[in-house]
Write a new protein. Structure first.
Length: 191
């Protein structure tokens, strides 16, 4: 089975392929010669995931999926949330986003947060959504060099290392994306 993953994020593509472990043939947007800037204009993680998957499905008429992920920090009323990728501005880097979070969290005692991923699968014209969440806390400074995004400042519950300090194998067993992807994989296997 071939499925298009509607993302331009090479880190996400690599992570999803590792989690699915070749059970499904994942095609990237480059594989289908799609270089469009896919819109993400919704106000929820679920809405953005749906918008991206529907965009690809309508244009290419092929089964596909898209995800959207947000870091939700309790002390910041759920920020950055749906705006996680562009929290520090439209042309910002991962580093800019991390700096903004650490700056806003400076002096804050409540460090609880969660990562949330929603995958929107369009299969034969029908949409199915799969959600994964992992709770944890935001630390005061970056640690680790693995992963991407907010991984260097997020320590999952029951761990003493950030996502960026865990190996990809360790992270892919427990992460929000892994949890959502496992639900997607179970669904596809049972078709």
């Amino acid at each position: 089975m071939n499925l298009i993953f509607a993302t331009n994020n090479s880190h996400k593509l690599k992570e999803i392929k590792e989690i699915l472990n070749n059970r499904v043939q994942i095609l990237s947007l480059q594989d289908i010669n799609c270089f469009d800037e896919i819109p993400e204009t919704q106000t929820t993680i679920e809405g953005n995931a749906r918008q991206k998957s529907m965009y690809i499905y309508k244009k290419y008429k092929q089964n596909c999926f898209a995800d959207d992920t947000g870091l939700e920090i309790d002390a910041l009323n759920g920020e950055p949330g749906v705006y996680s990728a562009r929290y520090a501005g439209n042309e910002c880097s991962f580093e800019d986003n991390v700096r903004k979070v650490l700056s806003k969290m400076n002096g804050t005692e409540n460090r609880t947060a969660q990562f949330k991923t929603v995958i929107s699968l369009i299969f034969n014209g029908n949409e199915f959504q799969f959600e994964g969440k992992i709770k944890g806390r935001i630390i005061n400074e970056k640690k680790g060099t693995n992963g991407f995004g907010y991984d260097p400042i997020f320590v999952p519950d029951d761990y003493d290392k950030t996502f960026a300090e865990l190996s990809s194998d360790e992270k892919n067993k427990i992460s929000h994306r892994a949890l959502a992807t496992k639900k997607l994989a179970e669904f596809l296997i049972n078709l």
